[in-house]
Design a protein around this ligand. Structure first.
Ligand code: CAA
Length: 257
């Protein structure tokens, strides 16, 4: 079935998913998250796609989980049917996922962006975890990922007061990798995706897994994992081509696997 709440496009070797509930500022309802999970799985399986860009509208990447949908939810039903669990589909994608954020990325919107591998922000971007104003706390990893991204003091400030952070502060704090004028946001994110898609898919997948491991394991274990992956890449066609191209002073043409 064609998705109704997202728009899915291919731009060369880059998959583009646009959250598309503009009237609700892309509030993340269950149906939209199911569509997002399916689109991500499809791109992950597609050998012609090397990276994925996830974006929203000019006004909002996403203003959070859908408060209208959540309003009547009660414990213990929430514990029996964890409505956030399907969001974790984002974390199972092996290809790099780039969040391109303009406007509001609040609550679940900020958390969804942080589940992606990197965030490119428009100058208009505003990040925040305002859940405390609703009598709840972040529920899709915000307290953990924001603390790891920007440190304890800033994460506490934002999560306890609900204040937003603009794009310039997000860049200084290390939450985003680049800030660009709003009109260039998609172009920049797609170009980043296209650059990644030209590279060896095995090296890209392992680079992503290695950096992600830094947030999940000890330094010693992480370094050990990195070493194993580094050494195993010497069994790939990508390593042979990359090094041959360097020695022969020509551009590399990486194989698909
Ligand atoms: N859920 C449902 N609807 C939302 C929404 C949300 N998270 N955010 C915005 N909307 C809807 C509004 O209800 C409004 O709809 P109507 O026109 O039908 O009334 C429409 O989007 C436009 O919003 P506003 O009129 O409020 O626009 P604004 O420019 O005045 O304010 C805003 C923008 C500051 C983002 C404001 O909408 C806002 O504060 N939104 C809620 C942000 C929030 O609290 N997010 C956290 C949600 S909880 C969460 O995400 C839990 C988790 O960790 C997983």
């Amino acid at each position: 079935m064609a998705p109704e709440m997202i728009v899915v496009e291919r731009h060369g070797a880059v998959g583009l998913i646009r959250l598309n509930r503009p009237k609700a500022l892309n509030a993340l309802c269950d149906a939209m998250m199911a569509e997002l999970a399916e689109a991500l799985r499809d791109f992950d399986r597609d050998p012609e796609v090397g990276a994925v860009v996830l974006t929203g509208s000019e006004r909002a990447f996403a203003a959070g989980a859908d408060i209208r949908e959540m309003q009547d939810r009660r414990f213990p039903d929430t514990a029996l049917a964890d409505f956030i669990a399907p969001w974790e589909a984002v974390l199972t994608v092996r290809k790099p996922v780039i969040a391109a954020v303009a406007g509001f990325a609040l609550g679940g919107g900020c958390e969804l962006a942080m589940m992606c591998d990197t965030i490119v922000a428009a100058e208009t971007a505003k990040f925040g975890q305002p859940e405390i104003n609703l009598g709840i706390i972040p529920g899709a990893g915000g307290s953990q990922r924001l603390a790891r991204a920007v440190g304890k003091a800033v994460a506490m400030d934002m999560i306890l007061t609900g204040r937003n952070m603009d794009a310039a502060e997000a860049l200084r704090a290390g939450l985003v990798s680049r800030v660009v004028p709003a009109e260039r946001l998609l172009e920049e994110a797609l170009a980043m995706g296209a650059k990644i898609a030209e590279l060896s898919p095995a090296a890209v997948a392992m680079a992503k897994a290695a950096v992600n491991a830094a947030f999940e394991t000890t330094l010693r274990e992480g370094v050990r994992l990195e070493r194993t992956m580094f050494l195993s890449l010497f069994g790939t066609a990508g390593q042979r081509e990359g090094m041959a191209a360097f020695v022969e002073k020509r551009p590399a043409r990486f194989p698909d696997a």
